[in-house]
Design a binder for this molecule. Structure first.
Ligand SMILES: CC(C)(COP(=O)(O)OP(=O)(O)OC[C@H]1O[C@@H](n2cnc3c(N)ncnc32)[C@H](O)[C@@H]1OP(=O)(O)O)[C@@H](O)C(=O)NCCC(=O)NCCS
Length: 322
């Protein structure tokens, strides 16, 4: 088995990049897509990914990101493991483990102290990561406001929700930056993050609802489900705590008779008191998990960034799940 990074892959193997992730139910991401992605501000590592190749077959892949992370004593760039996949005909032979070892080696050399990844408790991969020293550090909360409850569903006077129409993502970025100033976690998000997602088709501008107060945008809610029975949001931020209640009320008015669900957003923690008082059911954790691994011996790992996840200042939304 040989390990290559993207630029080192023998050209004859490049066509296999396109089909690689079909086995996981994802759309193809061939050479042309990756070239485009690398021209955006997407925070991919300079080597993009490492690949395991055997007998001319590209069997396993680990993609990585370089992400800003803010802890209580300052900011650091950390490694985000964004995609671990072994083709079904390569599993169980230690390929994913070897690639992760290679990523850890490379990142230690460049001085990175921490590596993070998102997975699910019930996946086999969770055992692999645990055996390599990753620890569970955070699981996103949710809240459900049942349909048809008798609470008042009128928007707060003075506030309204409107869909984003512009495609450059600038306003979304500005509001998120303002709303997460002083917060901890994967903040500030990499510049250009909304623009990149919109350009690549990963998000639609109009699925972002802007909370407006007069001419000012004071919050964003990203719609993840807008069905007949339910309205879900998975990224909710406001530029000041006084806008939390208006945000919930405006979303309730939009949901109408449907249930309203907050999923995978620490807005649930931020607005916990208000949501409880309004009869929402809260779930403190989900099956999604963030795991962290120190890349060096303890004395060389800088601030212990694992301590931030219980802090009320910790901020995490769908866009922070890489
Ligand atoms: C998870 C996955 C990447 C593992 O790839 P792999 O190359 O088979 O992994 P390895 O052979 O290096 O596995 C090493 C360890 O992982 C664990 N492991 C891997 N798959 C497992 C499974 N399905 N159930 C339980 N443990 C599993 C084992 O502990 C194994 O330990 P061992 O080396 O002592 O046997 C692969 O099954 C896959 O691509 N799955 C679908 C995509 C996915 O879930 N990716 C992870 C996203 S977070």
């Amino acid at each position: 088995m040989r390990i290559y990074d993207l630029d080192g892959l023998p050209p004859g193997l490049l066509p296999q990049l396109g089909t690689f992730q079909l086995s996981d139910g994802d759309p193809p991401q061939g050479v042309e897509f990756i070239r485009r992605l690398r021209r955006t501000p997407h925070p991919a590592s300079d080597y993009f990914a490492v690949y395991a190749v055997e007998d001319g077959k590209l069997l396993s892949r680990v993609e990585t990101l370089q992400l800003p992370f803010t802890g209580p004593t300052g900011s650091d760039v950390v490694v985000g493991i964004s995609d671990v996949l072994t083709r079904p005909d390569g599993v169980g032979r230690g390929l994913a483990r070897s690639l992760l070892d290679e990523v850890h080696r490379r990142e230690r050399v460049r001085g990175r102290h921490w590596s993070y990844l998102w997975t699910r408790r019930s996946w086999g991969a969770h055992r692999l990561y645990e055996s390599m020293g990753y620890k569970d550090v955070f699981s996103p909360p949710s809240a459900l406001g049942e349909a048809g409850r008798s609470r008042q569903r009128r928007p707060d006077p003075g506030y309204r929700l409107t869909p984003e129409r512009t495609t450059d993502g600038r306003r979304l970025e500005r509001v998120l930056r303002e709303a997460t100033a002083g917060r901890l976690g994967f903040v500030p998000r990499t510049p250009g993050s909304f623009r990149t997602r919109i350009y690549l088709g990963w998000r639609k501008p109009e699925s972002h609802l802007l909370l407006r107060r007069g001419a000012r945008t004071v919050g964003i809610a990203h719609l993840s489900d807008d069905s007949r029975w339910n309205l879900s949001v998975n990224e909710v931020v406001v530029t000041g705590s006084e806008h939390q209640e208006p945000m919930v009320r405006c979303l309730e008015a939009l949901a109408g008779r449907r249930s309203l669900t907050f999923q995978g957003t620490t807005f649930v923690r931020d607005a916990e008191g208000f949501l409880r008082a309004r009869g929402y059911q809260l779930l403190a954790a989900s099956h999604s998990l963030l795991m962290a691994k120190a890349l060096g011996p303890r004395r060389t790992t800088g601030a212990d960034l694992r301590t931030v996840f219980a802090d009320p200042r910790y901020s995490s939304h769908r866009g922070d799940m890489f």
